[in-house]
Design a binder for this molecule. Structure first.
Ligand code: ZN
Length: 295
């Protein structure tokens, strides 16, 4: 048996169809980023799905920079955030309702956990304006919401499967491309339907257990699939003094002034990686002069 290659992103194409795909896998990167947090396992799994999805999206929406998939909710989960850069650096975090009992997360789907929430994708691309789009919560799972997002915003038929446990997270995206070689539209539609149905037969545990080549061969026996080389994925926090200063500035002048009234130096800890920063008023002024970045 060939073990799947963890912490990787692998693209593939269907050689005779206008269809592309990608499989992403997080192992050590996922463990490193979740180790300092004591998330309930349902939350950890959902965060894993968010991370896999952010990686898949960053590969699909071609750009150089950072993509953030973020859910804000009023339910037991207040914030779920996953970021991926085009270079495969990922980080993510979950914030929970403080009073939530340990069993609050059991048997609840995404919509219930995020009750009344919003889901957004933000792209910060080099040399371009930061842009944000809203993903309507039209589905019970993150994968379903993202599939309908692609359908509505890009008019691209898309299949997404996400799966995670406490130590790994995996995602597969298969997407129909604009017409290139498939000129017969009826045949093209049939072909997509077949691929989608076959893709839909894979279970989460199968997606996590099988190596990419084995998995694709089993799923699409009659298809000629070309896989490209894996690119590596790693946990890397993008925090910096500049970003911490950005978070402080976003509090507003009044709030900042009252913080500095209480103490000379603010001791800040990055929620993503646990790094510590000490910023006093002089330092903050210097950072603001140099130009701060959003956290
Ligand atoms: Zn950090």
């Amino acid at each position: 048996m060939i073990e799947p290659m963890q912490d990787s992103s692998t693209r593939f194409v269907f050689v005779d169809a206008d269809v592309r795909g990608n499989i992403v896998r997080l192992g050590d990167s996922f463990k490193q980023m979740t180790a300092p947090h004591d998330y309930p396992h349902e939350v950890q799994e959902l965060l894993g799905e968010f991370l896999a999805a952010a990686l898949l999206l960053s590969d699909t929406i071609k750009f150089e920079g950072r993509l953030t998939l973020q859910a804000n909710g009023q339910g037991n989960i207040r914030l779920l955030m996953a970021e991926a850069t085009h270079e495969g650096a990922v980080r993510g975090i979950a914030q929970l309702e403080e009073a939530a009992p340990a069993n609050a997360f059991m048997d609840k789907n995404l919509l219930q956990l995020l009750s009344g929430g919003t889901l957004t994708v933000t792209v910060e691309a080099r040399g371009r304006e930061r842009y944000q789009s809203i993903v309507p919560l039209l589905g019970e799972t993150l994968a379903e919401c993202l599939e309908s997002y692609f359908q509505q915003s890009e008019q691209l038929n898309t299949f997404i499967r996400l799966s995670a446990d406490s130590t790994q997270a995996t995602g597969m995206l298969i997407q129909q491309l604009p017409v290139q070689m498939e000129q017969d539209l009826a045949q093209r539609a049939d072909r997509w339907q077949t691929i989608r149905v076959l893709a839909g037969t894979i279970t989460g545990p199968e997606l996590m257990a099988d190596a990419n080549s084995v998995l694709l061969q089993h799923l699409f026996v009659d298809e000629n699939i070309q896989m490209f080389g894996e690119t590596s994925v790693r946990f890397q926090c993008s925090c910096s003094e500049q970003r911490m200063a950005g978070a402080l500035v976003s509090l507003g002048e009044l709030e900042l002034a009252s913080l500095f009234e209480e103490r000379q130096t603010l001791a800040l800890t990055c929620e993503f990686c646990g790094a510590h920063y000490n910023i006093d008023n002089k330092k903050l002024t210097q950072l603001v002069t140099e130009g701060v970045k959003p956290h």
